[in-house]
Design a protein around this ligand. Structure first.
Ligand SMILES: *Cc1c(COP(=O)(O)O)cnc(C)c1O
Length: 413
């Protein structure tokens, strides 16, 4: 197969392909190590293009050895040329990578979970679990049901009802913990030490995180094997943004792109911006924060891959910005009214941060730009319900309609 094993990102110590995630010697995080020479001999653009339009079309670059058991309809989401938003923001070439319509649970997390559940099955686990801010719980619940695995998901107790229902319906045990995500995660590490379960974002995190790379592989393929000049990425635990950087470097190593020149920009909410703060202060030590924001899917105060998120941004020559709750709502509305795409609060963060970075001159207006939309607005309706216009109530007759029509027309003048 194409994976050699696991390797410590800090000291380089090698480990076998097992459910391990931290180096015994230096406590650095472990990462999947590939045999790129072998992949280069085997894989080319024609082979990839000939395969089904799902994330497994890049399977040599994903860490599973057996056939995948889930995710056969996941990935290959639309890359939308956003002409209207382009005009509004005054940029030349703008795209939306739209994981708000991801199969099966409408967020980017279907990518990482497809890989994690397939790997958990390979390892022989009978129970999967996760600590989640919502979307991960949805995808683990759905995909473990499809894979016939038992499932426990742990969430902060204050999540949006759309995210709770979208887990419960698949029949897992949903455990709502009094506390924030960082409290939930700490508890899960303890549970993971005691029970032999596959915690997708803890003990099998090295495999899980690899699924994030497919987001950028697809963008490059959809642009005709061209990497964008700039990409704005929302940051929670820091997996997606750091794997975008890894994925670009792999594509270069394998000869799919000429050079790695994409600048990566981190997007966070003001109420939880440990990575963006580190970028602005040029300080690689991430200071944990207590989250307070409507962007609950990004509310991780102590991000597992915070340092690598910081590194990816600075190595790429990018930057970071944070936005207030009001700006997040404006971001959601802006994307909806210009492009007809309804994203959740995390997408509002990304759109609002993009606008800010363009206004600041950090993102050049004449370069290509991708905005990462990672979740669906139907799950976080309560964050904007009161910020929209009211519906117009009428009686079931034409007079009643024309009365309000006359009034509304006057209002608009
Ligand atoms: C999980 C998530 C992200 C990114 O999370 P990372 O932990 O940084 O990989 C982005 N957007 C949404 C909607 C998410 O659920």
């Amino acid at each position: 197969m194409y994976t050699k094993g696991l390797k410590c990102r800090e000291c380089g110590m090698e480990y076998p392909k097992e459910p391990l995630y931290v180096c015994e010697y230096c406590f650095g995080p472990l990462e999947v190590d590939y045999d790129y020479d072998k992949i280069k001999k085997m894989l080319n653009k024609d082979i990839i293009i000939s395969r089904s339009k799902n994330l497994w079309r890049y399977r040599e670059l994903l860490p599973i050895d057996a056939d995948p058991v889930v995710g056969l309809q996941s990935g290959f989401t639309p890359l939308v040329r956003a002409k209207n938003l382009e005009k509004k923001l005054g940029v030349k070439e703008l795209y939306i990578k739209d994981d708000s319509v991801s199969h099966p649970t409408l967020s980017f997390k279907d990518r990482v979970v497809s890989v994690a559940i397939s790997k958990a099955k390979e390892f022989g686990f009978d129970t999967v679990a996760c600590a989640s801010t919502g979307n991960l719980a949805n995808s683990v619940s759905a995909q473990s049901a499809a894979a016939r695995l038992k499932c426990f998901v742990f969430i902060p107790s204050d999540l949006e009802s759309g995210k709770i229902v979208s887990s419960l319906v698949y029949g897992p045990k949903v455990v709502a913990v009094e506390g924030n995500y960082d409290d939930v995660n700490r508890l899960c590490s303890e549970i993971g030490n005691k029970y032999r379960w596959a915690f997708v974002n803890i003990n099998i995190r090295p495999y899980y995180a690899e699924g994030s790379k497919t987001y950028i592989y697809e963008i490059v393929e959809q642009l005709g094997w061209r990497a964008p000049d700039n990409i704005v990425v929302p940051v929670a635990g820091g997996s997606l943004i750091s794997k975008i950087w890894k994925g670009l470097n792999e594509l270069h190593k394998l000869g799919f792109i000429q050079e790695v020149k994409t600048k990566i920009y981190a997007a966070q909410a003001k109420g939880c911006s440990p990575v963006v703060t580190a970028i602005k202060e040029n300080n690689e030590i991430i200071k944990p924060v207590k989250p307070k924001t409507i962007a609950k899917s990004l509310a991780i105060g102590n991000p597992a891959d915070g340092y690598y998120a910081f590194k990816s941004v600075s190595d790429s020559g990018g930057w970071g910005e944070d936005v207030s709750d009001e700006e997040i709502v404006e971001g959601i509305k802006l994307l909806a009214i210009t492009e007809g795409i309804f994203t959740e609060t995390a997408g509002g963060v990304t759109v609002a941060v993009t606008k800010k970075l363009i206004e600041q001159g950090k993102i050049p207006k004449d370069e290509s730009l991708v905005i990462s939309i990672t979740g669906n607005g139907l799950k976080t309706q309560e964050s904007i319900r009161t910020k929209l216009e009211n519906v117009i109530n009428i009686k079931a007759n034409i007079n009643s309609f024309e009365e309000v029509l006359a009034k509304k027309c006057l209002e608009n003048n």
